[in-house]
Design a protein around this ligand. Structure first.
Ligand code: PLP
Length: 363
């Protein structure tokens, strides 16, 4: 495998040696040893700090999508109404998932290059549709945008919507997350983005109201939340926990909190602003429309018209730099610079922008 000196893919990001080393040791059987429960509870407490929540946090083995399926399958039944607020690929994906469960789904879709602004339209949809669940993505990675959550949380409370489910996979650890103040019932995170751990763990902050619904729904399946309700008391987990992965997640949280959560968030903002300023100076076009909130963790940029994505990717790789392509209708048109976690590094970005500048000026 080729190794790139300038890795700027928007997850999985490069994992620091300190986190890699945690996995280079043997642990006992997590099913049998009480130390695993201790590790799990300690990791949960750190995640609660990072997500600013008192809610229980469930830690699962698996990457981000596992958390999304867990949240939906454990709280929804066929026929339940789900309002999907979307500004991008992952936002829209929630509609497909809810439909697959048999839910009555309403999609309120804004442009992929926008962030929520028309709160009247959102309020109207909530009032008319009276959903059991509202879904949204806080940081839409393919679009390089960040949606406000507070306003949606306030509407959830105003209209007594039972569940607000928010994908924070590429925002948690690099952007402000206020699960409790925002009234988020299911906050879904992953290890391989801003936390800079391997793509092995997902986690969900689950409100008391969501737990009540989980108990009513009683979903049984691989992604079931219910067994986690008592797992730490009984030391009985639904499947063999991944001790190394949990230990890496814990170390990742510690590194963020040692830096200081606010400083870490400020680092992401600073690097993202630098990246956007350099992109504009190169006469490249940012993907988000004017007035949309650009993501502090990933910058999405139109592929310059004189190049194909393949050429751009090749030219950058030749100089040791790798960025993200895109999916769906954005494939080939928009590329992404991932400056999250370890990659939110000013020196790395300076070098990267110099390389990008030479590549686009050579065309
Ligand atoms: N949600 C968002 C916003 C993402 O960016 C991603 C991955 O890129 C996911 C969910 C899914 O995470 P994973 O690829 O780890 O399953």
């Amino acid at each position: 495998m080729e190794k790139y000196l300038i890795p700027l893919v928007p997850g999985p990001v490069s994992v620091p040696r300190e986190i890699l080393n945690v996995a280079a040791q043997n642990f006992g059987s997590a099913d049998l040893e009480p130390e695993y429960v201790k590790l799990y509870l300690e990791t949960e407490a750190l995640l609660q700090q990072i997500m600013r929540t008192k809610n229980r946090v469930v830690i699962q083995t698996g990457e981000g999508m596992l958390g999304l399926w867990t949240a939906l399958k454990s709280t929804l039944l066929p026929g339940d109404r789900v309002l999907v607020l979307s500004t991008g690929l992952f936002g829209e994906g929630f509609a497909d998932m809810a439909k697959a469960i048999g839910c009555e789904t309403r999609l309120l879709a804004f442009g992929y290059d926008e962030t929520f602004r028309d709160f009247d339209a959102i309020e109207k949809a909530i009032r008319e549709f009276q959903p059991k669940m509202i879904t949204m993505v806080q940081n839409e990675t393919p679009s390089g945008t960040m949606n406000p959550v507070q306003e949606i949380g306030d509407l959830k409370v105003k209209y007594g919507v039972p569940l607000l489910c928010v994908d924070i996979v590429s925002g948690v650890g690099g952007t402000p997350i206020h699960v409790d103040d925002w009234h988020v019932d299911l906050a879904l995170g992953g290890s391989q983005k801003c936390l800079s751990a391997p793509a092995s763990m997902s986690f969900l902050a689950v409100s008391d109201q969501a737990w009540d619904i989980v108990k009513q729904v009683k979903y049984v399946g691989y992604e079931a939340l219910l067994p986690f309700l008592t797992a730490t008391e009984t030391a009985y987990f639904p499947y063999t926990p991944y001790w190394q992965g949990t230990a890496q997640l814990k170390r990742a949280c510690e590194l963020i909190l040692e830096e200081g959560l606010d400083s870490c968030i400020a680092r992401h903002e600073k690097v993202a602003k630098y990246c956007r300023d350099r992109i504009r100076k190169m006469d490249l076009k940012l993907y988000p429309v004017e007035g949309a909130i650009c993501s502090p963790t990933v910058t999405a940029v139109y592929v310059p018209s004189a190049l194909t994505w393949k050429q751009l990717d090749n030219d950058l790789r030749e100089q040791g730099m790798v960025v993200g392509g895109n999916y769906g209708c954005l494939a080939g048109k928009v590329f992404r610079i991932g400056h999250m976690g370890t990659q939110a590094n000013m020196n790395l970005l300076k070098e990267a922008m110099d390389i990008l500048e030479t590549v686009v000026h050579d065309i």
